[in-house]
Design a protein around this ligand. Sequence first.
Ligand code: PBG
Length: 323
Amino acid sequence: MPFPTHRMRRLRRTESLRSLVRETSLEPRNFILPLFVCPGEGVRREIGAMPGNFQMSVDQIVAECSKAVGLGIGGVLLFGIPETKDEAASGAYDDNGIVQRAVRAIKSSVPKLLVLTDVCNCEYTSHGHCGKIAGGDVDNDATLEWLAATALSHAKAGADIVAPSDMMDGRVAAIRKALDGAGYLNTPILAYAAKFASVFYGPFREAAESAPQFGDRRSYQMDPPNAREALREMELDLEEGADMLMVKPAMPYLDIVRLARDRFDVPLAAYQVSGEFSMIMAAARNGWLDEKRAMMESLTCIKRAGADIILTYFAKQAARLLA
Ligand code: PBG
């Protein structure tokens, strides 16, 4: 007879007991803070739908990175807002582009902090799509050249890890080849392997000024109902040479995180995207949710589902609470 011999509540009675048997805990070293770098000096423009997040010029980004390292955060992920956009996304692979300049500045003043770069074209194209447009759609193979050139210019600037987020087929192999060919044998690739065409990227597109000017991203990002396909995407990225995998978004896709954790033995990241952050912030500002608890519960559960690394706009706040 399980009851009354067994009483699950025995180990929940006090915080000390709960703490003793707690299965999952968060550590700031596993957090990656996404940052938006823009032209200018002394610029710090708050993003409307993402309270506490800013478009920042290089000098401000460097200051932010010093804070991040002080809090024990593992790394930052850089997105660029270029001076100008064009059809060929030339700002993405310009050795003197906004992200490249930011990487050099961060690595020279906060060398210990890992700098990851998002490798994608949507912030740099005038049409806001993630690649070269041909016949009303993104041309996969032509886009690979831009991506390889971008990843290489990030590595040259000193990026510790490159993270392609475009969802073109073959990009991991193309990037690996370009990096290896130029001697960057040791630059790891974190592949946004299972990236879904999600409505939860909404606030980010305001932050990065990267909303597509026509159509949507459904011909390259994944269809949200598909889990088996996500595993296949991840398997292909590993075969092409990805060192780490990412699932994105996180919370509505925790089943994918768990499937990936059980199937693959590489480090696994999950990206708590802008919409996930904004929902919690909006509810908290309305007095409908406790902000700190919602933040910590969401992050803990992403980790419990199997993520080793969490990309989150809450990185600083959570690290402060954990200190
Ligand atoms: C670039 C990119 C996006 C995000 C990360 N990299 C936007 C998109 O695919 O439209 C979303 C991040 C977020 O919502 O926080 N392609």
